[in-house]
Design a protein around this ligand. Structure first.
Ligand code: ZN
Length: 273
């Protein structure tokens, strides 16, 4: 299939349209992202029971690709067979382009060892399947860097993207050094997000993505409301301001990056127009 790409087209590299707060108006939400130039979306997964619904959403919206995985705050959804469920889902559908979202969250939870026990098998799976990982990392950069550094030393670290980046420049450099991409979401538009602004300025243009994380973290001027993929333009606008680059420069750079980590693996051709 071909996803068309125009000068100002954007890829939302992380969203959760499967959530029930889109049940009433999903078609209208899709019409708005199409009108706004969002040409492709990567749908993230927080636990395996979502997979059938996400899959049928990818049938409904042809510009959607998706990941399979278990979020660090969903450890209770992990069972002895989960890694096989994820593996089979990934092998079964070539629209599965990543494993995740996975990671560590020490902001909302303290069960580090439990989180690690579901993180490691997912990282091994991603490496085995040669798929990128979508990483959720909140208040856990040190621990996450340790995990990736060890895997990297062993030559078994998957590639991937740090989604909804909320760390500082020093932490970001650690992940960049390990080959990771940095994805900025609505929180880059928040006035007091000084560290994130600094990161958006410092990140090499070859290494960042944009996302909405819909329905969470609506960008200004929609802050506090339900987020949706069409709002990704506000994230691009803010990064344009911070970097002093035009919207289309950012959008095009973003597309080429996203193509590389997300699309290339899955023989999606994005045609230039
Ligand atoms: Zn997410």
């Amino acid at each position: 299939m071909q996803l068309s790409e125009s000068k100002n087209s954007i890829i939302d590299s992380h969203c959760h349209i499967v959530f029930s707060n889109f049940n009433e108006d999903r078609e209208k939400v899709a019409a708005r992202w199409r009108a706004q130039g969002v040409k492709a979306l990567l749908h993230a997964c927080v636990e395996p029971s979502e997979i059938p619904a996400i899959k049928s959403m990818a049938d409904q919206f042809q510009e959607m690709r998706y990941s399979v995985g278990v979020h660090p705050l969903d450890v209770h959804h992990w069972g002895p067979d989960t890694v096989n469920v994820l593996k089979n889902a990934a092998l079964d559908d070539n629209r599965v382009v990543a494993i995740g979202e996975l990671g560590l969250d020490l902001f909302k939870a303290e069960n580090l060892s439990e989180q690690l026990s579901i993180l490691m098998p997912q990282l091994h799976l991603a490496f085995e399947l040669n798929l990128p990982v979508i990483v959720h990392c909140r208040d856990a950069a040190k621990e996450m860097l340790e995990v990736f550094s060890k895997l990297s030393e062993a030559g078994r670290c998957p590639k991937g993207v740090m989604h909804c980046w909320s760390g500082n420049v020093k932490e970001m450099r650690g992940f960049l050094d390990l080959g990771f991409f940095i994805s900025f979401s609505g929180n880059v538009t928040f006035k007091n997000a000084i560290d994130i602004h600094e990161c958006a300025k410092e990140v090499p243009h070859t290494r960042f993505l944009v996302e909405t994380d819909s329905p969470f973290l609506s960008p200004v001027p929609h802050r506090g409301k339900r987020n949706e993929p069409s709002f990704v333009k506000h994230v691009v606008d803010k990064i344009s301001d911070i970097r002093g680059e035009s919207f289309s420069e950012i959008a095009q750079k973003n597309n080429s990056k996203c193509k590389r980590i997300v699309c290339v693996a899955l023989n999606i051709t994005i045609a230039s127009s």
